[in-house]
Design a protein around this ligand. Structure first.
Ligand code: IPD
Ligand code: CA
Ligand code: CA
Ligand code: CA
Length: 279
C-alpha cells in the first residue's frame, strides 16, 4: 500500500495545524503549572509526568483519529494503536517534561509520521520561542518559513554537540564519552528535549546530537528534519527501535564519523543514513 502525494500533503498540513493547537494548549498548562500534580514513572525521580502530558496526547490522538481513522499511532503516554497500519503517527505530546514542570522553556510538541517504516513527516512546535520546525521527505525542512541546513563543521571543536543520557548508562558510557569529547576540544550541550535538540542539529545550531538511548517518540519527527537538512542519522529504527528505542546519533556530515569514533565500539550505533525500520 502506498500513500499518494495528496495523502502526504494532507497529513503534513494537518500535523502542523494540530501541533500548533497542542502547543497552545500546552502553554495554558505551562502558565498554570504550579497547580499540576507531578507523578513519577517507576523509581527514577527525574522521570516525571503530569496531566498536561496525558491531556495533550489524548487531544492529538483524537484529532488524528477524526481525520485519518485508518492510521496507526504510537505515543509516549497512551501506548500504541494499529502498528501494522501503513501510516503510523509517532508522537510525544510534551518532549522536555522535566523542563516543563520546572519552569524551563525547553519543551515542545513533537509529531512524526512513518510510512512503511520510514520517517517522512516531522513537526516540532516550540511555543515559547514561536518556532515551528517542520519537514517532509523530499520537500525540505524549515523553521517557520526559513529553510534548514545542517552545520558545515568538520571537527567537533568547531561547534556544540547535543548530548543526553539516563542514570543507568551515564557512568558506564556517557562520562567516558564526555571525557573523550572534551579531550578533542569539543563541548557538550543538553537542554532536556531530544526533539528540540534534534531540530537544532537540522538548523545548524548544533553540529550533532548523541544520546545513549532515546525512544522513537523523542526523535522520529526530528529525524525527518535532519535528513532533509543534509545531515546523517544512525539506523535508529533497527530491530525493535520503534517500540524499545535505541542509541541515537545525528550529525552534520563533517563530524558524524568523528562522533561515532568518540562513542566507541561498546555502543551499537549502526550505519548512517539507513533510518528505515527493519532495514
Ligand atoms: C526526554 C527528553 C530528554 C531525553 C530523555 C527523554 P520526555 O523526553 O527528550 O531530553 O534526555 O531521554 O525521555 O520524557 O521529556 O518526553
Ligand atoms: Ca517522559
Ligand atoms: Ca520525550
Ligand atoms: Ca514526553
Amino acid at each position: 500500500m502506498t500513500t499518494t502525494d495528496e495523502g502526504l500533503d494532507a497529513r503534513y498540513d494537518y500535523a502542523r495545524t494540530i501541533a500548533l493547537e497542542a502547543a497552545r494548549m500546552g502553554m495554558e498548562y505551562y502558565r498554570n503549572r504550579s497547580g499540576l500534580t507531578i507523578e513519577h514513572k517507576g523509581s527514577d525521580r527525574q522521570d516525571m509526568v503530569s496531566i498536561a502530558d496525558k491531556r495533550l496526547e489524548e487531544f492529538i490522538r483524537s484529532r488524528l483519529a477524526e481525520r485519518f481513522p485508518e492510521d496507526g499511532f504510537v505515543g509516549e503516554e497512551g501506548g500504541t494503536l494499529d502498528l501494522q497500519a501503513c501510516c503510523l503517527w509517532v508522537i510525544d505530546p510534551i518532549d522536555g517534561t522535566a523542563c516543563f514542570l520546572n519552569g524551563l522553556h525547553n519543551w515542545c510538541v513533537s509529531i512524526g509520521l512513518a510510512i512503511a517504516g520510514e520517517p517522512v513527516i516531522g513537526v516540532i512546535a516550540d511555543p515559547n520561542h514561536d518556532e515551528l520546525f517542520h519537514g517532509c521527505r523530499g520537500r525540505g525542512a524549515f523553521v517557520n518559513d526559513t529553510p534548514l541546513r545542517v552545520s558545515e563543521a568538520t571537527h567537533v571543536s568547531q561547534g556544540l554537540l547535543g548530548t543526553g543520557t539516563f542514570h543507568k548508562e551515564g557512568k558506564h558510557h556517557f562520562i567516558p564519552f564526555l571525557e573523550r569529547l572534551l579531550a578533542e576540544g569539543g563541548m557538550f550541550f543538553r537542554n532536556g528535549s531530544g526533539a528540540l535538540t534534534t531540530a537544532y542539529v537540522a538548523a545548524g545550531r548544533l553540529i550533532g546530537y548523541y544520546e545513549t538511548h532515546l525512544k522513537s517518540w523523542d526523535c522520529l519527527a526530528g529525524l525527518v528534519l535532519v535528513k532533509e537538512a543534509g545531515g546523517l542519522a544512525n539506523d535508529f529504527l533497527a530491530g525493535d527501535g520503534l517500540l524499545q528505542g535505541n542509541p541515537y546519533l545525528v550529525a552534520c556530515p563533517g563530524v558524524y564519523a568523528q562522533v561515532e569514533a568518540l562513542i566507541g565500539p561498546s555502543i551499537r550505533i549502526g550505519q548512517p543514513e539507513r533510518i528505515r525500520r527493519n532495514s
